[in-house]
Design a protein around this ligand. Sequence first.
Ligand code: FUB
Length: 300
Amino acid sequence: MAVPYCYSQHPIATDIYAADPSARVFNDTLYIYPSHDIEGSRWFDMRDWHVLSTTDMQTWTDHGVALSLDSLPWTRKYAWAPDCAYRNGKYYFYYPVDRDAIGVAVADRPYGPFHDPLGRALVTRQTPGVVESRSLIDPCVFTDDDGTAYLIFGQNEVNIVRLNEDMISFSDTARQVRGVDHFFEAVWMHKYHGKYYISYSGKGKILYGMGDSPYGPFSYKGVVLGKVNSVTNHASITEYKGQWYLFYHTSDKYINAHKGGRLSLKRYYSRSMCVGSLFYNTDGTIREVVPTRGGVPVSR
Ligand code: FUB
C-alpha cells in the first residue's frame, strides 16, 4: 500500500515576508530564525525578528516578534539575518545591526522574548582579529560535538571566534576561516559523519566546502542551490527527524501576489522562505537541491 503523504506549506510563512532562514532543532521541534522583510520596501530596512516553528514540517506557527530594534537603544537599523543556539537551559539569539555589529540576546524559550544582557554589541569592527572588507553581518553559531560553540560571521571574509561557556563573551581572538572559495555572505556551518561543511552565498548561488576543522582549510565542493529570483541567496542546512533539509528564500510569494512583481525591484526586499530535501552522495558530497514549488513531502 502506498504511504500517504502530503507536502509542506510553501512558502513556509504565509502571514509575513521573511528571509535568511536559520533552522535549528530544540527538543524535537524545528525552529526558524529569519529576517523579517517589510512588504513593499525598497531596501533591507527590517526592524524586528520573528520566530517560527513546526513539529511536522507541514504546519508552521509564527510566534510573533521575538526581538525588536526598539528594545536595543545602542543601535538604530538593519535587523538582518540572525541565528540561535541553546546552552544550559537558555537560548542565545545572535543578530547583526547597522551592518556594523553583532549583538546577542537571551531567552528562557526558543521563541523568546529575547532580552539584551550586554547593552552593547558582542562583536564590532574593533574586536581583535576581525577582518571586514564590507559589512559585519550574518552570524551563524556552530556548536561542535564536544559542546564548543563558535560564532562565524562576515561579508567577503569569514570570521570565526570561539565563544565562552556563558555564550555572551569570548576570550579568543577572531580568526579567518581558510579555504572558502568565492565567499560573499550568508555563512552556515554543520557537521555530517565527522566532516565539517561550510555553506554560503557566492556568485549568487549557495556554494559549499568540506573540511576537518571549523577553522578550515575547507576544500570547495560545488553548488548546493542555484540562483534564486530574490537576487540575495541565503540558506541553512539542518537535519530533522532523520531527513536533511535546505532552508532558503525566494521572491515567489511577492511575485505571485503582485502584478508585475517579477520585474519590480521591490521583490528583492519582500522575500519568503522555502525548504527542500537535501541528500548526500556516498562520498559525503551534497547533491544540488532543485527548488520545488510545492515544498517537501511529509508523511502522515
Ligand atoms: O537580509 C539582509 C541581507 O540579505 C542578509 O544579511 C544577507 O545574507 C542577504 O540575504
